[in-house]
Design a protein around this ligand. Structure first.
Ligand code: 13P
Length: 294
């Protein structure tokens, strides 16, 4: 069932677990995510960023497919605009049926981030959508941004930010970064800060850069209060590697078998991530129970 992200994250927050938000740019991605969520009885969030929908994942093709697959799934599924920055992209997402909007003003001044997030949060809520903000800045792994302590989220500012913007979830910077870390590098996360943020905010917190961050880090981040983990790089890499492997084995492999193999490999990875972050097995109900998550 397609629902707002708000109920999904409220349940994760009250029961101390996290839900995956997987970026999707085609049918195989979406099917892998929905199949993993259904088989693990886990909620899940489908992320699409403006870059992804402008370059490849055409929303007029993607959204009806997501609505159809999610409606038939026995678990709550949200469709979230990932890293919305431009007004037009956010308006498009709201118009076309996203159930959640992330506004990323993390590269702006605090004042500008707060003012725009407040407007977007009101717009989203007026349409029954959830809204995620970001304070501090989760940058790029390739630039070593995860190690830049001045990017980390300040606890007092976060309290003020959430109070004024009324966002339903806050993405925090505690040492992860987007993309692929250098080989062998495992980020060092600031769990003390994360615990302080959780205790001051008492709301769903989001970790961006969920790829390659190390199982122990991810497990502890969930224990310390993270409720949504964004994962893109690893899922895409698994799909790519699956295709490369199958072509290496047999360059004349059937196209449909190539795609279904990649889909299955992505599904397996997503299922094991769901086990790691504690979302598996949380939703043992039927589609008739949908209204409790709206
Ligand atoms: P990764 O690509 O590092 O998993 O980060 C994804 C993300 O945070 C999307 O918002």
């Amino acid at each position: 069932m397609l629902v707002s992200m708000k109920g999904i994250l409220a349940d994760a927050d009250s029961n101390n677990y996290a839900v995956m938000a997987c970026n999707c740019c085609n049918m195989e991605n979406v099917e892998a995510v929905v199949a993993a969520a259904s088989s693990k009885r886990s909620a899940v969030i489908i992320n699409i960023s403006p870059r992804q929908f402008h370059l490849h994942a055409d929303l007029d093709a993607m959204i009806p497919m997501i609505v159809s697959l999610a409606s038939a799934a026995p678990v709550p599924i949200a469709l979230n605009l990932d890293h919305g920055k431009e007004y037009d992209d956010i308006a498009t997402a709201l118009k076309k049926g996203f159930t959640s909007i992330m506004f990323d003003g993390s590269a702006l001044t605090y004042e500008a981030n707060l003012a725009i997030t407040k407007q977007i949060s009101t717009m989203a809520h007026n349409q029954g959508c959830a809204c995620e903000g970001e304070l501090g800045h989760v940058g790029q792994a390739s630039a070593g941004d995860g190690e830049k302590v001045d990017y980390f989220t300040d606890v007092d500012m976060a309290v003020q930010f959430v109070k004024e913007t009324k966002v339903d979830a806050l993405a925090v910077a505690i040492g992860t970064a987007h993309g692929k870390y250098p080989a062998g590098f495992v980020p060092k996360l600031d769990f003390v800060r994360l615990k302080e943020l959780k205790s001051a905010l008492q709301m769903p917190l989001v970790l961006h850069g969920g790829s390659g961050s190390g199982e122990e880090n991810i497990r502890r981040a969930v224990e310390c209060g993270i409720n949504k983990i964004n994962v893109c790089t690893d899922v895409f890499a698994i799909g790519r590697d699956s295709v490369a492997h199958a072509l290496g084995e047999n360059p004349s492999v059937d196209w449909m078998n190539l795609m279904s193999g990649a889909q299955k490999d992505m599904q397996d990875y997503i299922e094991s991530y769901m086990d790691l972050i504690g979302s598996s097995g949380r939703y043992q109900y039927t589609l008739a129970d949908k209204q409790q998550f709206d």
